[in-house]
Design a protein around this ligand. Structure first.
Ligand code: ADE
Length: 268
């Protein structure tokens, strides 16, 4: 019997399908990475090729798909590309949501990996170069002080629980808070504290929201480029450490993918 595609069936059936799939080997993974500097070493490591016909995504968008086979996995790495007006990486929640949505529709992944750099909190034990596997995500800049809307704004979600990856790869584990700014206002800081976050990024909770809409499991691998509660100005520290920390990030992503290969979701 041909399997119904997720867009053809209801929300309950999508959840059932996801449960059923958790016992099958993972074959199709989608990696979402916001910055070119973070993406290219992985494209090279997995020998992915850039999609040149661009038929997967709507015409005119800057989103870039790299794809290939690594071990027994179909790997798609999506980078939202350079902003069409300003020519810089399309970081932040808007582009992240759009590429996640479009990629899920087109590629039907078994698992999403959102990888990238993040700010870390010294008070929570983070150091520059640390790589975190995220346990939970939430937003810190969607303040809506009306009952229930407040919780909608925070949008707290759990990442896929992967105790075996954590044990095997010896990664740090912490909560991630997402907002659309690199810097941090006092209000953001209070929300990040309330979210109990160790790391802060600009995409994670948005990717989680879209993945959750379609019941696609997602994990988040975040490497610390700057210490948010330290003395150094964030933007300077981020730029200074970006290249070196990207090497640590890409090593961790490679190890996670090696671990995933030939396993099913319930063994991660
Ligand atoms: N990515 C790297 N450092 C960050 C920070 N301090 N805030 C948000 N995203 C980041």
């Amino acid at each position: 019997m041909a399997m119904a595609r997720p867009e053809e069936i209801g929300a309950e059936a999508v959840k059932e399908l996801a449960t059923e799939r958790s016992g099958a080997p993972i074959t199709n993974i989608l990696i979402i990475i916001a910055m070119q500097t973070e993406a290219i070493p992985l494209v090279n490591k997995f020998q992915l090729s850039e999609d040149t016909d661009q038929s997967l995504f709507p015409k005119g968008v800057p989103w870039v798909r790299y794809h290939g086979t690594y071990k027994d996995l179909h790997v798609n790495l999506i980078w939202p590309g350079k902003d069409l007006v300003f020519g810089v990486d399309s970081v932040g929640t808007v582009s992240a949501s759009l590429v996640t949505y479009s990629s899920i529709q087109a590629l039907k992944p078994d698992l999403i990996i959102n990888a990238g750099t993040a700010g870390g909190f010294r008070a929570k034990g983070a150091c520059v170069g640390d790589v975190y596997l995220v346990s939970d995500v939430a937003f810190h800049d969607r303040r809506i002080p009306i009952p229930v809307f407040d919780m909608y704004g925070i949008g707290a979600r759990q990442a896929l629980f992967t105790p075996n990856i954590i044990k095997e790869l010896n990664l740090k584990v912490g909560k991630l808070s997402t907002g659309d700014s690199l810097d941090m206002t006092p209000q953001d800081e209070a929300s990040i504290l309330a979210n109990d976050a160790t790391v802060k990024d600009m995409e994670g909770a948005a990717v989680a929201y879209v993945a959750d809409l379609f019941s696609v499991p997602a994990i988040f691998i975040k490497a610390v480029t700057d210490i948010v509660d330290g003395e150094k100005p964030t933007a300077e520290e981020f730029i200074k450490n970006l290249l070196a920390v990207t090497a640590a990030l890409d090593k961790a992503v490679s190890q996670v993918i090696d671990f995933i290969s030939a396993k099913c979701l319930s063994h991660l």
